[in-house]
Design a protein around this ligand. Sequence first.
Ligand code: NAD
Ligand code: IMJ
Length: 257
Amino acid sequence: MQHLLQDKKGVVFGVANKRSIAWACAQSLARAGMQLAFTYAGERLEKGVRDLASELPGSLCLPCDVTQPDSMDKVFEDLKYEWGTLDFMLHGVAFAKREELQGDFFNTSREGYALAHEVSAYSLTALTRRALPLMEGRAGSIVTLSYIGSERVVPNYNVMGIAKAALEASVRYLAHDLGPRGIRCNAISAGPIRTLSASGVQGFTEILDHIASHSPLRRNITAEEVGDTCLFLASDLSRGMTGSVLYVDAGYHVMGV
Ligand code: NAD
Ligand code: IMJ
């Protein structure tokens, strides 16, 4: 386990604070020997992300707002300069306007729909395109984070559910494109976890309680469990898998009632 990712380099998008699922993934990856670069979405998050990154020796920290093409270009220019190659990318980025995450889905605005899709779905493709030159010839792995609201109705998830459906479909099309180059792309569909992105979500506590009493494992999942699945998908252990959605949800997705 210790050396599973020795000599591999990875970039992590989506750390906001220590509760971020992307941070738990980063810790699993680093423990297995991967050298990491982190991006932060704006100055407000810079210090927090730098402080976390400093816990993992040798990691880089770069700004990136996925709504700004120049900012995405710059990340990969910097990585090319610093490292020259890349083995892994984690996409843990999602955003919709708060008003779109409550009430009737049919009230979703044109701009709100576009923004949710740009940040939460298109960015995977935009970042993958930029990562490819650095991954060429290196058995690369790309992982994104999804939620069951892509395939079932979860009240209030609304436009994010549509964006996650687009994200999971993107994973399949990217897997088809990247396969011939030896690069894999998969998604982890995680159960609910209390993070910044879950804060203020109406009925979140009730959803956690429901999973704890109705999932096959009769409990909720932890970010660390998502992190260890991310480590598996980054490693050679998953070399035969691409285009898949893996559920880390205590088995909840198998339930009919
Ligand atoms: P989080 O708030 O810690 O992470 C979301 C990240 O998206 C943040 O780091 C934020 O900075 C980043 N982001 C938002 N807009 C951005 C932009 N324009 N440019 C660059 N980055 C931007 O919350 P999280 O729960 O760790 O979410 C990570 C991923 O996991 C998301 O894709 C989320 O949909 C998914 N997910 C979360 C849960 C959950 O219950 N928390 C469950 C399943 C899947
Ligand atoms: C988010 C909204 C509604 C229901 C929800 C969630 N449930 C879960 C989440 C049941 C588990 C968390 N999740 C899976 C997400 O993908 C969250 C994305 C998100 C959250 C916010 C909150 C703050 C904000 N914008 C957001 N954009 C995306 O302003």
